[in-house]
Design a protein around this ligand. Structure first.
Ligand SMILES: N[C@@H](CCC(=O)N[C@@H](CS)C(=O)NCC(=O)O)C(=O)O
Length: 236
């Protein structure tokens, strides 16, 4: 059994989609980030960066601690699950290398830029035009990277894989981010192909009813966006 520490956001969907695709048995543990659940001692012992998603795999033992394996960071979680099952990732060395390239691309480029775009289009005070344009430009640039990659294939690594699952959620919500896919026909078709998968729908729908709970008031925004170091230092 896998415990999924989760809240219904693009980063959370990556893992709920992968678990659904892999048909692994899991239990969902909500981490309500607007209410500060990410700062509990229990969660920090699993996810030291105080962000969800993360998992605990009760069917595997960490050789150092003798306890169930914990994994934080969505890219690491998906790589762990693909390794565990031998699915959603090529098995040859070159395919593994390509998986890692697109995994690092997503978690180091597309994800953070889309996250900042979301911040400046949804949460920041008005009159942030420079920041908005900067992150809209970066979001588009990453769409162009994907568009070029998809010029001769249907999926990022030829076959549908964790590389697609990692990259899909931030493309899924292009419109609410204030971006357009008009210039990116291959990305649009790829998005549609993935969106139609039943496991993807189930993953995106997980705890959907809680999506906007508590995330839009000043108190929660302060918690989410003005953390600095003190929140975590107080814990040590
Ligand atoms: N690089 C991380 C990003 C995870 C992330 O940013 N999670 C956000 C929600 S989408 C979060 O937990 N935020 C809580 C906070 O910042 O306090 C990953 O890919 O797992």
């Amino acid at each position: 059994m896998i415990d999924l520490y989760y809240w219904p956001t693009p980063n959370g969907w990556k893992v709920s989609i992968a678990l659904e695709e892999l048909a692994l048995e899991y239990r969902t543990i909500p981490v309500e980030i607007g209410a500060g659940d990410q700062f509990t001692d229990e969660f920090l012992s699993i996810s030291p960066n105080a962000k969800m998603p993360a998992i605990v795999d009760h069917d595997a033992v960490d050789p150092q601690t003798g306890k169930p394996v914990t994994v934080f960071e969505s890219g690491a979680v998906l790589y762990y699950l693909a390794n565990k099952t031998g699915m959603l990732m090529p098995s040859d060395d070159n395919g593994r290398k390509e998986t890692l390239e697109w995994l690092f691309w997503q978690t180091g480029n597309q994800g953070p830029m889309a996250g900042q775009l979301s911040h400046f289009s949804n949460y920041a005070p008005d009159n942030q035009d420079y920041s908005l344009q900067r992150y809209l430009g970066e979001y588009d640039r990453n769409l162009a990277v994907l568009e070029r990659r998809l010029s001769d294939r249907d999926y990022i690594l030829n076959d549908y894989s964790i590389a697609d699952i990692l990259s899909f959620p931030w493309v899924l919500i292009a419109k609410p981010l204030g971006a357009s896919l008009e210039k990116f026909p291959r990305v649009s078709a790829w998005r549609q192909r993935i969106k139609e998968r039943p496991a993807v729908r189930r993953g995106v729908d997980l705890l959907k009813d809680r999506q906007n709970r508590g995330q839009h008031n000043a108190q929660n925004n302060k918690l989410l966006f003005n953390q600095g170091a003190n929140h975590l230092l107080k814990k040590s």
